[in-house]
Design a protein around this ligand. Structure first.
Ligand code: NAD
Ligand code: DAU
Length: 380
């Protein structure tokens, strides 16, 4: 029997947020989960059709920058926990439109923090039993050197990195005390939001926790990001735009493993702490792209190598960070979290999901997904 809780999850109709909402709604029937999302281009209620009618779930279309609305929601639902994922999340968009990133990621986080502060401080028990959990990214730490282009054994292995490819590309890793050094407008805005969250703990005593996770992959990711974009392009025989030489390294984690980590940390993480989340699973972009091509071709019944010709090297992303690699041993040692899925299994599962859910993808590429809100909730 779990305690009754009222939790706002922001950004729940996006990629990671939808997995977190699903996990909490299904696992904790005594919790009331209030999904607060503005439904920007990245928000898609079709990500949550399986739980949308559950009695412990409420969807509210709202902008986290709207402080009055956030305070109203805190009061209306007697909120005692916030899990904050809503953000502008795509680096390429931040290069073209940095203002929107500063507004949502910085001012949106600040308005949510202030609403929680004002509401919680108005209660007799104040911050007791409350928690503000901010989801952040490894990108705030900047970029690591790629000192071993051919790869070396990682210092620590996890289920995620236990497949045939277990490489890392440098000796250094991001740890929780690594100095912030963001390079893109996206990561600069996320870094700023992290600082605000910590400031609310240090200044007002708000019970906060921050996590910084590596690249996620899996179902329901918006097809502007590398993996779903490439799967969809292969299916439509469209070019696969590889930035630069494809040598940048990312550390990949299956999205449900991230959601499980969020569950663990929300409940058991120590107040004011930071936890890194990752699976010691580094891949060069070009290597991961080859795995995707091979998997899609096999599942579509194409001959091996059929889609290799779609690889198209294009101008590099401005300020493209060379290598991200997370050391998540603190989380493992203190809270016992580990990735549960081997990367090759995760990629197979992911590619299958996108190929089996072409309607979901076509709804996005046609723009139809944005009409779903009105059909569900009317024109509110
Ligand atoms: P996403 O872009 O798929 O989803 C973001 C969601 O936030 C969307 O549903 C969108 O409608 C909502 N949103 C945007 N602006 C809003 C606003 N002003 N008010 C209310 N809702 C708003 O993002 P994602 O990839 O799921 O990332 C979720 C969070 O996790 C982000 O904070 C991101 O920085 C962080 N993160 C992502 C990754 C990753 O690999 N995707 C890794 C580490 C951390
Ligand atoms: O590290 C965590 C971050 O991972 C999150 O904070 C971000 O929200 C999330 O978008 C992701 O950022 P990346 O920039 O690493 O993800 P993206 O999928 O955009 O790109 C992955 C890598 O692939 C990156 O090195 C750029 C490259 N790329 C991407 C696209 C979209 C290409 O070569 N071609 C492409 O078309």
């Amino acid at each position: 029997m779990t305690m009754k809780r009222n939790i706002i999850i922001t950004g729940g109709a996006g990629f990671i947020g939808s997995h977190v909402v699903r996990l909490f709604v299904n696992k904790y029937p005594d919790y009331h989960i209030i999904n607060v999302d503005k439904l920007t281009y990245a928000g898609n209620l079709k990500n949550l059709t399986d739980i949308e009618n559950k009695p412990n779930y409420t969807f509210v279309k709202a902008d986290i920058c709207d402080y009055d609305k956030m305070l109203e929601l805190m009061r209306e639902y007697n909120v005692d926990g916030v899990i904050h994922l809503a953000a502008e999340s795509h680096v390429d968009r931040s290069i073209k439109d940095p203002f929107t990133f500063a507004k949502t990621n910085v001012m949106g986080t600040l308005s949510l923090l202030q609403a929680a502060k004002v509401y919680w401080e108005s209660l007799p028990e104040k911050y007791e039993g409350k928690r503000f959990y901010h989801i952040s990214t490894d990108e705030v730490y900047g970029a690591l050197e790629l000192t071993h282009p051919e790869g070396i054994e990682p210092p620590f292995s996890t289920k995620a990195s236990s497949g045939t490819h277990h490489e890392c590309y440098g000796e250094e890793f991001f740890v929780e005390t690594t100095k912030y050094n963001p390079h893109s407008p996206y990561s600069a805005a996320k870094a700023s939001s992290d600082h605000f969250v910590r400031a609310y703990h240090d200044t007002y005593g708000m019970p906060t926790v921050v996590t910084n996770c590596s690249n996620n992959y899996g179902p329901y990711q918006f097809p502007e990001k590398l993996i779903p974009l490439f799967i969809n392009n292969i299916r439509h025989r469209k070019p696969l735009p590889v930035y630069g030489k494809g040598e940048n390294v990312r550390d990949w984690l299956y999205v449900e493993d991230h959601a499980r980590a969020i569950d663990t940390i929300f409940h058991d993480g120590t107040i004011a702490e930071t936890y890194n989340i990752g699976g010691f699973n580094e891949w060069k972009n070009i290597d991961i792209i080859k795995v995707i091509i091979k998997t899609v071709d096999r599942l579509l019944g194409n001959p091996e190598g059929y889609s290799d010709e779609l690889i198209t090297y294009v101008t590099d992303r401005a300020g493209h960070d060379l290598r991200y690699a997370i050391d998540s041993r603190k989380l493992q040692a203190e809270l016992g979290w580990e990735p549960s899925l081997q990367f090759e299994e995760g990629i197979e599962k992911t590619v299958r999901w996108y190929l089996d859910n072409q309607e979901w993808m076509d709804n996005i590429t046609s723009g139809d997904y944005q009409k779903y809100y009105e059909s569900m909730y009317g024109n509110r």
